[in-house]
Design a binder for this molecule. Structure first.
Ligand code: AHM
Ligand code: MG
Length: 340
């Protein structure tokens, strides 16, 4: 039996519940899904065509950019520049805000995206993803270009967020703040079909995801927390499992379905962690919270951080609510002990 709940239908039905909706957000999500399909196709054939390898350029973070990152960035930009719904965009691959070309209409929404997260995994056929985050502009909606101020909004102001995972199949997961929905791309029809309805993250998981190779840089609270999960004194003697792909979308997607915690911490080497607030942490936090989970920077809610710059980094502890509460407790207790 084919499930005919396509992404487009789902978005339109969601819109009907909001009589004030203009249909612009639906159109925007529809355009994003189109870009996702094109990127998915390219990612899937990456091993076949001469697209792998380095472009030789560095991105704004000083990392080497691979061709697929550039391709994904270009596709998203091209799919989204002309719809008339956006006033400005920003991408992890671009240093400054991206303006809508002057010959296209400008609308009331703002789009931030990480075109291809986890790109160091591309050559090994490991899952990678696209992450997106949508806000309403804060400057007047009068057809003028959007500004940096429109982009630098705290995550609580998101009106929608989602990710696309290019894995054993391609999935798009999104939320408008009410429920989280997952769609699997049917490669034969080229349609995203509802496969994961109203996803809820388990209250507590059995998985922790962190780059344990950085152990020597960790603060004592984090070391004790991870040791606690391994010792399993509180968990019938059964330790947590460690699962770390090194691809945020894939690690968080798995934990969303199975429960658990994903951590990219502040440590002695990187006091702000590695991941970007605007392109990675805010959208993921919005999705996980909509699924019943939590996301903090060690102390405070990620979504309430007032951003100061586009490419700002932030530590993140995200996942099942009980697991996030537990790590927060360990960090707080040890911070007190360190300052005593
Ligand atoms: P990227 O934006 O350059 O792809 O880096 C982000 C990725 C995340 O997907 C992943 O969680 C993290 O980097 C892994 O970092 P590390 O290799 O330091 O563990
Ligand atoms: Mg990234």
């Amino acid at each position: 039996m084919i499930n005919f709940m396509t992404l487009t239908r789902h978005i339109l039905e969601g819109e009907k519940k909001h009589p004030e909706a203009t249909g612009e957000l639906s159109a925007l999500l529809h355009d994003l899904a189109l870009a996702a399909k094109v990127i998915s196709l390219e990612v899937n054939k990456a091993g076949l065509v001469d697209i792998l390898g380095f472009t030789g350029d560095n991105n704004v973070h000083g990392e080497q950019v691979k061709k697929l990152d550039v391709f994904a960035h270009d596709m998203l930009y091209k799919a989204m520049d002309h719809g008339g719904h956006l006033c400005v965009m920003a991408s992890e691959e671009e240093e400054n805000i991206i303006h809508i070309p002057p010959h296209f209409k400008r609308g009331k929404y703002v789009l931030l995206f990480d075109p291809l997260d986890g790109s160091s995994n591309i050559d090994a056929n490991v899952s990678i993803g696209t992450i997106f985050s949508i806000y309403k502009r804060v400057t007047p909606d009068d057809g003028s270009p959007g500004t940096l101020e429109d982009c630098l909004q705290p995550g609580v102001k998101q009106v929608a967020a989602g990710y696309v995972i290019y894995g054993s199949s391609t999935m798009l997961v999104y939320t408008t703040g009410e429920g989280v929905y997952g769609f699997t791309l049917d490669p034969a029809f080229g349609e995203f079909l509802l496969s994961h309805d109203n996803i809820k993250i388990p209250k507590k998981g059995r998985i922790y995801s962190i780059n344990e190779g950085n152990y020597k840089y960790w603060r004592p609270g984090l070391k004790k927390y991870i040791k606690h999960l391994q010792d399993a004194v509180d968990y019938d003697g059964k330790p947590y499992s460690a699962r770390y792909i090194g691809s945020m979308v894939a690690d968080i997607h798995r934990n969303l379905l199975y429960g658990g915690i994903f951590i990219y911490p502040a440590d002695r080497r990187n006091p702000n962690g590695k991941l970007r607030l605007m392109y990675e942490c805010n959208p993921m936090a919005f999705i996980i919270e909509a699924a019943g989970g939590k996301a903090i920077d060690g102390k405070n809610r990620i979504l309430e951080i007032q951003p100061e710059e586009l490419h700002q980094r932030v530590p993140i502890y995200i996942g099942s609510p009980d697991d996030v509460d537990m790590v927060r407790k360990f960090l707080a207790e040890n911070e007190m002990a360190e300052t005593e």
